[in-house]
Write a protein that binds this ligand. Structure first.
Ligand SMILES: [Fe+2]
Ligand SMILES: [Fe+2]
Length: 180
């Protein structure tokens, strides 16, 4: 079983579109009371839109745009969110989260090496997208609601500030040609 298949099988069965839509609705409601959640969910939506854009117009630039968003988001979660999940909520969840990010980064690097628009490229893109969708469902449906319940308001305020700093560090870095 490949890494991504293991990810997809980690929560059985894989969430349906309806379950993911319900988790999104609920986490957006929770974000109204928990401001630290809002930028994370906004980035999830940007990532989802980037998968669709990359698929509809296959190009190296589209993959770079997707990879930049995914990597910046993943790095901020790894530096700020997941340590809090490990300390305040669940070491198991944090461990799964780090592993899933690592596997996605490996597959993203492989995607960059494939000719954009080829059959193999489309298969790889679809595979990464479904693994990322399942990962986002775990974050929005379980890991972040659990943390919202378990963590103090002071720690949440610190998380928000540090998350934005970390994401901003990547976001302000070197731009791809399409961003200039
Ligand atoms: Fe994540
Ligand atoms: Fe995320």
């Amino acid at each position: 079983m490949s890494f991504l298949d293991r990810i997809a099988a980690a929560v059985t069965p894989a969430a349906s579109d309806q379950s993911r839509a319900e988790a999104r609705r609920d986490i957006e409601l929770l974000a109204l009371e928990e401001p630290w959640i809002a930028p994370i969910v906004a980035q999830h939506k940007d990532i989802e839109a980037s998968f669709a854009a990359a698929r509809s117009a296959p190009s190296r630039e589209g993959v770079e745009r997707l990879a930049t968003l995914l990597t910046g988001h993943a790095n901020a979660e790894e530096a700020v969110l997941y340590p809090d999940i490990a300390d305040e909520s669940s070491k198991t969840h944090a461990g799964m989260a780090y592993e899933e990010h690592a596997m996605t980064k490996i597959q993203l690097a492989k995607l960059k090496d494939l000719p954009a628009g080829s059959e193999e490229w489309h298969e790889k893109l679809d595979h990464i997208e479904s693994a990322v969708a399942q990962h986002i469902y775990q974050e929005e449906g379980s890991w972040m609601p659990d943390l919202a319940r378990d963590m103090s308001p002071e720690r949440k305020a610190r998380l928000l500030q540090r998350y934005n700093e970390e994401y901003g560090r990547y976001d302000e870095g070197p731009k791809t040609p399409s961003d200039v």
